[in-house]
Design a protein around this ligand. Structure first.
Ligand SMILES: [Zn+2]
Length: 174
């Protein structure tokens, strides 16, 4: 799971995050609007239901995305996925960190539940150093976030940064 891409798998698929910025903008606009109304007035009450509606829109769109994605994976694959507790998120500012963690948490819960229902293998894996480690030879190399390619100084293996990490998750899961 990642920031630039929501998910990256060992078949080389990178899944884009859903675009929620429009829904977020609309929610914020509605909230600003609410704060300008006289508390408790008729208009305020009306605007409050608009805010609730915008919240619901946002939640529905995010849930749809996560349901579809988890359905797909629980149906098509046996799975080894990142353990969220071990995932470092140092690269993100606090607010988006909480948002990402909440979203990934929900994704994993859906995934686990659907795998159980379908009889799909599902394991979580401690992913410490899965980004640094070479999926081909196991040698660790420091890799700052802006380095998007894995290029191993030891064995010469080259791959997309997230693809390399996905391979490490899989081999630990196996
Ligand atoms: Zn290597």
């Amino acid at each position: 799971m990642g920031i630039l891409k929501y998910a990256h798998d060992t078949d080389g698929y990178a899944i884009e995050s859903t675009e929620l910025s429009e829904e977020r903008d609309r929610l914020e606009r509605a909230q600003r609007n609410l704060s300008r109304k006289e508390h408790g007035s008729k208009n305020w009450e009306k605007q409050r239901t608009v805010v609730a509606q915008r919240h619901a829109d946002l939640r529905r769109k995010r849930r749809d995305f996560l349901h579809k994605l988890s359905n797909y994976y629980a149906t098509e694959y046996d799975l080894a996925v990142e353990d969220l507790d071990a995932k470092g998120l140092v690269e993100l500012p606090g607010n988006s960190q909480n948002r990402a963690r909440a979203s990934w948490g929900m994704f994993l819960r859906l995934l686990e539940y659907k795998c159980e229902r379908k009889g799909t293998h599902f394991v979580t894996v401690d992913t410490r150093a899965t980004t640094k480690e070479c999926a081909s030879c196991g040698v660790e190399t420091e890799k700052p976030l802006w380095v998007r390619e894995h290029s191993c100084p030891s064995c010469g293996f080259e791959a997309d940064r997230d693809a390399n990490a996905a391979w490490n998750v899989l081999s630990r899961g196996l």
